[in-house]
Structure formats: C-alpha cells, structure tokens
Design a protein around this ligand. Structure first.
Ligand SMILES: [Zn+2]
Length: 427
C-alpha cells in the first residue's frame, strides 16, 4: 500500500492522535521565546491544578508558593510507588483510567495511571520525534520491543499493530539468539521499513550480527532510534555501519514520555511543549527533574526520573525552537565508589573494553568495595595478557588492591524491564 493512502487511513482510524500531532507540529513552528512563554503558563497551570485536585500535592505543596517552582519538593520514585492512589487527580474519571507499568532502570517496576488520551498523546509525540529524521506518517516503522508485558496482546505494543494500515510492525526482542537475530535481519530485508526503533543493546546486537554475516540492509532505512538505555558511542557506530543510516537517540520514560529527541544534526531537543526539564546537582551528579506539562490525570512535578544530564545553551541549525540537552551516562546506581571515596563514572569502565571486538555483551558488577566482576558474553575468551592489562588499569586508576574476576556467560540476564545495564555499583 502506498504511504499516502496508508497515512489517510491511519488518520481516519486515530483522529485524536492526529489532532494532537497537528497541534504539536504547530508548536514546533513557534519561536523559542514563544515556546518558553507557553511553557511558563503550562507549568503554572499544572502546579495549580495539582495543588487543588491531587491529594498528594495538596498535602505536599500546602503553604508553598507555586510561583517559586524550584522550591517545590521533588517527587521520588518511592513516593510514586507508595502514594499511587493519592497521585490520581480527584476529577479523574475512574472508569476510564488504566494502570500502566514501567520497568525502570533500577529494575523495580513502578505503576502509573494513564488513559486513552494520554496514550494517544504519547504516540503523537513519538510521531513528531520520528519526523525530525525525515520520516513522514504512513512510512513504515519496525519496533524491537524488550518489555514482555508490552508486546503481549493488549499491551502497549501488542495486538492490532501489525497490519497494513498502521505501517508498524513489532518484534518481541526480549531474548536474542543468533537464530533470532537472523530472523530479525531477514524481516527488515523483506519488509523494508523506513525506521527501526529499539533498545540500544538489542539494536547493536542485531548490528553486530548483520556485519558479521554481511547481510545487506534495505536502502529504505533512513534512521535507527535508540531508546530506554544509555547509547554508547561504540554502539552508535556499529549500528550506523550495519544499517547504513543515521542513529538517533530518544529520551523519555513510560510515566513521562517524549522528554527529548535527537535531530538530524545530532542534538537532543527537549520537547518543551510537553515537559519542563531541570538539571540539578544531587549526590554529586547533575540529575534531571522532569515535569509533565500535559498530565493532569497523574501530575508528575519535579520528578526524579533517575537519569543524569545537562541543559545546553544555544540554537541548532535544524531550526527547531526546542532547547537542547545532553544525557549523562549514569543511571542512578551505576556509579562505582571506591574505598578512597572516589566515584567512577560508567564511561570509564566502558572505555576499558574499546576495541575488544570478540565481546558481544558485557556487564561490570561491583560485588565488594574492592572487587569487580566482569561478566562477558564473548565469541572467544580474552587472552591472559588482556585480562592482566585490565587489572593493571583498574589498580592504577580505581583501587591499588582491586580484584578482578572475569566470568563467561551464555547470556547476561537483563532487568525486569528488559533493559541491559553495563555497570552495576554496590547497593
Ligand atoms: Zn536540531
């Protein structure tokens, strides 16, 4: 079916989603100044709404000045988990409300409230994000989804998607063997999508398989979207080489989707009409606090999403009015702390393995303050010299007594959400 016809049919099937997309595209045509003015108004509105209509905020914002936004208390994941009912707005239509679940980088699933309108807005936001690559509605997108509950029938990415009209195909990418990777590569060759979308770990595994087996990828591909996990530069390069197109990073979470999307110039743009993003110093890192400007059902205000990064000044040649940001590499508990009370960034440990192409998956785990385990899925074991070299580096840089143990595994178990974590620190 031709994309224009598919687009027309899809628009008829999802009128709410497309009305929202049209609005989002109008917002994108505003100037930076207009976007920020609208954001200020939306922020004041959501704080007032939450203070008046949501029991949790009524209690926690009482006596505080909503205009002094940066003095409002931070919403933690613990509060979301323990006060779920109190975070639902009093005026919510309980018959329409659904409970969603998120894996979360800590592996501890969280529940959150949403409804059909929120879901459609999430999908509209994703469409606008995809359009930054040159993709247009009606062109095919293939999703590789790692969270089991999403690809099950009735889940966010399950059932009803794999048809001609939607131009979307979803592949359950929960576990992957060489045979599975081969099937996926064949599916891309046969279906000829415009975009691929999936976790960085799954997409780079697929890229490795494609390069190793010299499988040609269709010229229809214009972008590969990496989501949900830290995207390492080495993974980006591998994917670019295998798929022959640009790799785009995307940042958001299930409870607050569409926080930032990368443009063709390689910059992450904060979707400032949907969220307000702050970067504050917490526990020695620049941590993101996100506020959803659209979620009146379950407001997320100054939510500690567990990621780090910074807001950047300046404009982008792509012309988007949305401000810029950059991701930090840390997820909350992925820092390695030492006896000397130094903190090591996960990037340090990732860099140690550069060029070791026999490694397919890895995970550093700090089991004790002076003990690291390197779990590897590898085509061939590391040579004794290589392991000795790693140990020398760790002793020189991290701890003079550091013990290193290397384990070879068939597979590295992922967190509940299906995400792969590269570096796990002491609890
Ligand atoms: Zn840009």
């Amino acid at each position: 079916m031709i994309p224009a016809l598919r687009h027309w049919l899809h628009r008829r099937r999802h009128p709410v989603r497309y009305a929202q997309l049209d609005q989002l595209l109008r917002n994108q045509a505003l100037s930076r100044k207009q976007v920020l003015e609208q954001q200020r108004r939306d922020l004041a509105d959501i704080v007032a709404h939450a203070s008046n209509n949501v029991p949790y905020y009524r209690e926690n914002f009482s006596g505080l000045d909503g205009a002094a936004f940066q003095k409002l208390p931070i919403l933690t994941k613990e509060a979301v988990a323990s006060r779920l009912d109190d975070l639902l707005a009093c005026d919510a239509d309980r018959a329409q409300v659904k409970l969603g679940h998120t894996g979360g980088s800590t592996g501890k699933p969280l529940a959150f409230w949403y409804d059909e309108t929120k879901h459609e807005l999430m999908r509209a936001g994703m469409m606008r994000g995809f359009m930054m690559s040159g993709w247009r509605p009606g062109q095919k997108v293939m999703y590789f989804w790692g969270a089991r509950h999403d690809t099950a029938k009735g889940g966010v990415f399950g059932g009803g998607w794999d048809d001609l009209i939607s131009a979307e195909k979803t592949i359950a990418a929960v576990e992957y063997s060489e045979a599975k990777l081969n099937q996926w590569a064949r599916a891309i060759q046969a279906w000829r999508p415009t975009l691929l979308y999936g976790y960085a770990s799954a997409m780079s595994e697929l890229a490795r398989h494609i390069l190793a087996n010299r499988l040609p990828m269709p010229a229809s591909l214009i972008g590969v979207y990496s989501t949900a996990e830290m995207l390492a530069d080495s993974q980006r390069e591998l994917m670019q080489q295998a798929f022959g197109c640009k790799v785009f990073n995307q940042y958001g979470c299930r409870e607050v989707p569409n926080i930032a999307w990368e443009c063709r110039h390689g910059h992450m743009h904060v979707f400032a009409d949907l969220v307000h993003l702050e970067s504050v110093e917490m526990e020695g890192e620049a941590r993101f606090l996100v506020t959803s400007l659209t979620n009146r059902l379950m407001p997320f205000i100054r939510y500690d999403v567990g990621d780090s990064g910074r807001l950047l000044e300046g404009d982008c040649p792509c012309g988007s009015p949305f401000p810029l940001m950059e991701m930090g590499l840390c997820r909350k508990n992925d820092l390695i702390r030492t006896r000397a009370d130094a903190t090591f960034h996960p990037a340090y440990f990732n860099r140690l393995l550069y060029g070791m192409t026999q490694i397919r998956q890895y995970q550093w785990v700090q089991t004790e303050i002076d003990r690291l385990t390197l779990n590897l899925v590898a085509a061939a074991p590391l040579s004794a010299e290589t392991v000795a070299g790693l140990r020398d580096h760790l002793r020189r840089d991290v701890d003079a007594e550091m013990c290193l143990e290397v384990n070879y595994l068939d597979d590295i178990p992922r967190s509940v959400s299906g995400k792969h974590r590269f570096v796990i620190g002491l609890k």
